[in-house]
Write a protein that binds this ligand. Sequence first.
Ligand code: HAM
Length: 451
Amino acid sequence: MNDQTTGDDEEVRIIKPPYQTPKGVHDILPVDHEYYTFIKKVVRHRLRQAGFRRISTPIFEFTEVFTRSIGSTSDIVSKEMYTFQDKKGRSLTLKPEGTAGVVRSYIENNMQVLPQPVELYYIEPHFRYDRPQKGRYRQFHQFGYEIIGESDPALDTQAIYLAYKILEDLGIAQLFTIQLNSIGCQTCRPQYLTILKDFYFGKERSLCAECKYRLDKNPLRLLDCKQEDCQILAQIAPKLADYLCEECKEYHADVKEFLGELKIQYIENPNLVRGLDYYTKTVFEFWDRTEGAQNAIGGGGRYDGLVELMGGQPTPACGFAAGMERIIANMKREKVRVPHKDDLHVFVAQLGKDAKKKCLPLIVELREAGIKTMGALGKGSIKVQMRLADKFRVPYTVIIGLTEVREGTAIIRDMKVGTQKTFPLEDVVEELIKIIGDENRDVYSPAEAIY
Ligand code: HAM
């Protein structure tokens, strides 16, 4: 997101600073933090409502956690992982996605003894050595959730429904279609893969270099290749839907029926396979209505074999994750404005050491009263301080100069109208509460909730 500014009118541009962020990673400046904070609030609200609890797994894990779960032939593992060795030569990797770590944690922390399903969510940075471009970064943030410990089409439906509701709360659900498919299970998929390979036999010359390689290692991925020639073949390739076992067929029909009950629209996409190897049965993605598969905003599905693959008891699961940078870009595109509480109420300006002595307790008192206050406690002239107050766009300024110190008063200036009035110093807090309005005070204190 290179268009970030501090939000100031005057942009200070430094030509070629000596130190810059590495390619594909960005600072999150205050103007964008408003979006991140809002998204986090919406995600927390929706998921808490549905009984999910938050989890954070480490930023790095043993590399094996990702290679085993995501699959060694996937793009993520074969090209995009930030892998390094620690001082003892152990291979570690910055997490490229959230599911593998959560599953590792589920097993390691013995969560199978908890009431099932265990419903967990996360809001975390992730890392992929992707080619940086619009919507594709090397550090990005995902919110995601996993429902581990039970298999039922109603749970898959819930995972899709929650994602839709969150996007709706964020004001962007209308921009996306839900693409839905079933990629079968260990019973029916192997037979289909043989049929798929047979279909491509003799057609290898029409495939891109990557698909030629995938044909042997991971043929399912041929179905969602973005290259034109590969897509033409994918369109006429045998469809997995025709080879699903009875159980998968019934399961998929139920997911669709339940989505219908919740009035969630979807598009059946027989070529949707997802880029991670752990999926079974239901897979889904949220696609931009105009850009299609490019830059999907989120995706997920069922992964019934993963817990066992990672060394746990056979345990079914499903989940979803979305990219927060892509969400923010779409919120901006839709001109969604987010509420924030960063605006100041009052700026306190002073002149001289005696005035400063009066200001310091006043600033503390104002803040305690829930009035967001900034004090100009430097040595600038009143004029310089007032210019600063203007730049911070505060609605009111309190001024204590030499006369006010002598008389025990303070001036309250309405910055918009340009009028001002003098009050006894001891009345200033009460007066400002009246002007700003009781309902606008920031009196929330997290500490009050401690028990
Ligand atoms: P994923 O489709 O690989 O799924 O990623 C989910 C979302 O993360 C993408 O749709 C996209 O919005 C965002 N994303 C991925 N890579 C980048 C990037 N380089 N830059 C910006 N955003 C990106 C998963 O990660 C699965 N773990 C989802 C899941 C959870 N499946 C089951 N449970």
